[in-house]
Design a protein around this ligand. Structure first.
Ligand SMILES: Nc1ncnc2c1ncn2[C@@H]1O[C@H](COP(=O)(O)OP(=O)(O)O)[C@@H](O)[C@H]1O
Ligand SMILES: [Mg+2]
Length: 452
């Protein structure tokens, strides 16, 4: 595993801090102490500290000459004698001032003071909030806001890349978010060009900024591409990996590669990023979005998109889907779930009809509550499930009914026969007198012939 070249072990490294390569000390005389709010530096009154990092401090400042509010980044006194870091500071200013894009911070001036020595530069002041602070406050961001922020980062990055500059330290701390009254989507400013790499104009030449020594790297572990962490040559696709990490983080509120140490994070990266397919709290993610995040987070640069504008295009498509057909897609998903449930109910019903008594198949057993209770209204009512006893009932009942009818009929016949038998005499005895006189059972057939 590659390790940063600043001498610290991997375990005690802050994963949000950039790692700077080793620097040689240069003796250039006295160094000015680090300034604080209230001091004046080269005609700029420092109003408040905006941020402090490994390389220096950023102040909100007022230019005394005209009262203009600006931001001033001052190189830390402890770094002023480190040649490599000083070179990076020059590169930072050069990169920021050579590309003009609304998504990139604008640099106005460079300050180099001697006796005592101090290095600083002046840039536009942005009244915004670092993306880091926003994620910390809100967790996962609104989906369309996340996409729009990423589109703007990609647009700024496209411009930077076209000038042959790779940022190499894209992370939420280096993105400022500006809420514009009356506009739904915020504006974005990309800053901190502290570890940029200049690609050679002639690709056969080595890059203008030296490649890192083998076994060293610059960047911020959580956001840097695996090849950057390995100290290998990086190109624009390293920045696209960082975009993938930030998109993942904005959408889900967590990093794709979890881990508390540099080692864990790198190992997690080598395993690959977990896919984001669905944000259960919010909308269903458009496929265009999940695909581009997956593509950016590919371990091998060759499998990532080649250019930032391709990522921006995919994100614009995803944004259009969300804007235009997002709710429909969500509705479609629900309709599909309903169709699947209906098909399942039909299959279960068919299975119950095929079932032979007395042992009905499991399909006709009473259903689990989850199958129906959570199902949204389908417009199709499911027939009540049949209990095993009831399943064989109708035919048995019929048999018993027939038997009962037969028995009753037989009884009725017997009864009729009995009645007729008991009434046989009067029927044939046309003379009631005789009938009464004649002893029971004695019927004189001859009497009949004597009837008048
Ligand atoms: N031009 C600016 N306007 C407003 N805030 C800024 C500006 N530049 C930097 N900041 C704030 O200062 C912090 C540190 O600045 P940065 O250039 O990233 O320094 P570092 O190299 O120490 O990380 C940023 O995260 C941001 O919050
Ligand atoms: Mg920074």
């Amino acid at each position: 595993m590659a390790e940063g070249g600043d001498g610290r072990g991997s375990e005690d490294r802050n994963l949000e801090e950039p790692i700077l390569v080793p620097a040689k000390r240069v003796d250039t005389g006295a160094v000015a102490p680090d300034p604080s709010a209230g001091d004046v530096v080269a005609g700029y009154a420092l109003l408040e500290l905006l941020g402090k990092g490994g390389a220096g401090s950023v102040f909100k400042a007022r230019r005394e000459a005209d009262g203009e509010i600006v931001a001033l980044k001052v190189l830390a006194a402890s770094k002023v004698k480190r040649a490599r870091i000083v070179q990076r500071f020059f590169d930072e200013v050069r990169a920021a001032s050579s590309v003009d894009h609304p998504g990139l911070i604008r640099v106005f001036d460079f300050i180099e003071e001697e006796h005592p020595r101090r290095l600083a530069y002046v840039m536009e002041y942005v009244q915004g909030e670092a993306l880091r602070a926003r994620i910390k406050r809100e967790g996962a961001l609104d989906l369309r806001t996340s996409i729009q922020i990423a589109i703007q980062i990609c647009d700024a990055l496209t411009s930077l890349h076209e000038h042959g500059i790779i940022h190499r330290d894209l992370k939420p701390e280096n993105i400022l978010i500006i809420d514009v009254p009356g506009r739904a989507e915020p504006r974005v400013k990309l800053l901190d060009f502290g570890v940029v790499k200049f690609l050679p104009v002639d690709r056969t030449q080595p890059s203008r900024t030296d490649e890192e020594k083998p076994g060293t790297f610059v960047g911020t572990p959580r956001y840097m591409a695996p090849e950057q962490a390995a100290g290998a040559t990086v190109d624009m696709r390293a920045d696209l990996f960082s975009i993938g990490v930030m998109l993942f983080e904005m959408i889900t509120g967590r990093c794709p590669h979890e881990g508390d140490s540099l080692r864990d994070v790198v190992l997690a990266k080598l395993k690959g990023a977990p896919r984001i397919t669905m944000n259960p709290e919010k909308e269903i993610l458009p496929q265009e979005l999940t695909e581009i995040v997956d593509a950016c987070l590919q371990l091998k640069p060759a499998l990532r998109p080649e250019r930032a504008f391709r990522v921006a295009n995919a994100l614009r498509e995803a944004d259009m889907v969300l804007f235009a057909v997002g709710p429909i897609r969500a509705g479609q998903a629900r309709a599909e779930a309903e169709r699947a449930e209906k098909a399942r109910v039909e299959a279960s019903r068919a299975a119950s009809l095929r079932a032979q008594p007395p042992t009905p198949p499991p399909a006709v057993r009473p259903r689990e509550p989850v199958d129906t209770a959570d199902t949204p209204p389908l417009g199709v009512s499911e027939p009540p499930a049949l209990a095993p006893a009831a399943a064989s009932g109708p035919s048995n009942r019929l048999v018993w009914l027939l038997v009962a009818v037969c028995v009753l009929a037989a009884l009725a016949l017997v009864a009729v026969w009995q009645i007729r038998k008991s009434q046989a005499a009067p029927v044939f005895m046309l003379n009631p007198e005789k009938s009464r006189a004649a002893p029971k059972g004695e019927v004189e057939p001859t009497n009949t012939s004597t009837t008048p």
